[in-house]
Design a protein around this ligand. Structure first.
Ligand SMILES: [Fe+2]
Length: 212
């Protein structure tokens, strides 16, 4: 690239210049014996989340308006995971509750989701970019089904009772890598990296209930 062209890349733009050899304040060099004590996290103690407590919390968020976020979703958090705020290192278990006739708008994320139906009947509509048409997956109590990463999906409760679905996801692993992505609701303009400035469900108000 000619020098004049290289200079034009930044023409008229505000930019911070970091000169050669200038030290970044947020960097350091640690020797091996300094690094391990800082980097190794605490052990994880065995734990249980009581069904009675999960159900009570789910019932609380089954009412309108939904407290705290645009989803009827709870996360089973283990305090030993510290900043990951997950169920186990790298993995999260959540539970969704849907009232009869409720459903999620189509969305996707680059984490996978394994679902297990604890109560109710309904269906999911899923589609990835290689498929010409969506797949409808019907489900009822006891079924386990998968949504692969970056696949559009939406749960729909078409039964007469509340549906409760347990979910296992690798959200925390992707969040730790700062590479968790959401498209919510479906639409290329809604593709966003999850950061402190963009929190899914909270910052995508209206993404929850189907327009039916
Ligand atoms: Fe999802």
């Amino acid at each position: 690239m000619a020098l004049e062209k290289a200079e034009k890349i930044l023409e008229g733009k505000r930019v911070q210049v970091r000169k050669l050899n200038e030290k970044f304040d947020h960097t350091q060099l640690l020797a091996d014996d300094e690094w391990y004590p800082k980097a190794v996290r605490r052990s994880i103690r065995p734990a249980r989340w009581n069904w009675k407590d999960c159900l009570a919390r789910l019932q609380e968020i089954a009412s309108d308006p939904i407290p705290g976020a645009d989803r009827r979703f709870i996360i089973l958090v283990h305090d030993d995971t510290e900043e990951a705020t997950s169920t186990a290192p790298g993995a999260l278990i959540g539970m969704t509750i849907l009232n009869p006739g409720e459903g999620l708008k189509a969305h996707r994320h680059n984490s996978f989701a394994i679902y297990h139906v604890l109560q109710g009947t309904g269906f999911d509509v899923m589609q990835n970019e290689d498929e010409p048409e969506p797949t409808k997956i019907e489900w009822s109590k006891g079924d386990t089904f998968l949504c692969p990463p970056w696949t559009y999906h939406q749960h729909v409760n078409d039964g007469a009772e509340q549906a409760i679905i347990l979910t296992v996801q690798d959200f925390p692993l992707l969040a730790a890598q700062r590479s968790l992505m959401f498209e919510e609701p479906r639409g290329v303009n809604n593709i966003k990296a999850v950061t402190k400035k963009f929190v899914p469900h909270r910052d995508t108000a209206g993404s929850f209930k189907l327009d039916v």
